[in-house]
Design a protein around this ligand. Structure first.
Ligand code: DQA
Length: 144
C-alpha cells in the first residue's frame, strides 16, 4: 500500500466559511473524506494535514522524506511567497502534486508566481475539491 501525505497550508482550515464563491462550500473535513474514499479505491494510505505555519509545513516535508511515497500539497498563499517550502520540497525524491481549489493564474497578479510548480510533477488547479481526487488519480499513474 502506497503512503501519501497531503499537506494543506494557511487558511484552508477556514474552507466552507472563507470566500465560498471562490473556494466552494466544502470544508477541509469534507475534502479529507473525499480523499479517504478515493484512496480506498486506489489502495493508498492517506495522511491529511493542515497548518497555518510555514515552519510546521517545512518540518512535515523534511520528515516525510523516505517515509511517504508521494506528496500532495496545497501550500495556499505560501505557494506565492515561500522559497523555504520550495527548498524543502527539493529534498524529496518522490512525486509531488501541487493542488489549488481555484486557478491562481486567473486571479490577481500576485498569485501568478508559484514556488511549488518548479519542483512538482504536476499542477491541478481550478477544479475545486475534486482537484484533490484528481491528484490522487495522477499519483496512481505516476506510482505504477
Ligand atoms: C489556493 C490559492 C492561493 O492563491 C490562495 O492563497 C489560497 C488557496 C487555492 O487552493 O485555490 O489560500 O491555494
Amino acid at each position: 500500500m502506497k503512503k501519501i501525505l497531503i499537506i494543506n497550508g494557511p487558511n484552508l482550515n477556514m474552507l466552507g466559511v472563507r470566500e465560498p464563491e471562490i473556494y466552494g462550500n466544502q470544508t477541509l473535513n469534507d475534502i479529507e473524506k473525499l480523499c479517504l474514499n478515493k484512496a480506498s479505491t486506489l489502495d493508498f494510505e492517506i495522511d491529511f494535514r493542515q497548518s497555518n505555519h510555514e515552519g510546521q509545513i517545512i518540518d512535515w516535508i523534511q520528515e516525510s522524506k523516505d517515509v511517504f511515497d508521494a506528496l500532495v500539497i496545497n501550500a495556499a498563499a505560501y505557494t506565492h511567497t515561500s522559497i523555504a517550502i520550495h527548498d524543502a520540497l527539493k529534498l524529496l525524491d518522490c512525486p509531488i502534486i501541487e493542488v489549488h481549489l481555484s486557478n491562481p493564474e486567473e486571479r490577481e497578479e500576485f498569485r501568478h508566481i508559484s514556488y511549488i510548480k518548479p519542483v512538482s510533477s504536476a499542477v491541478i488547479a481550478g477544479h475545486g475539491a475534486e482537484g484533490y481526487e484528481m491528484a490522487l488519480d495522477k499519483l496512481s499513474e505516476l506510482l505504477q
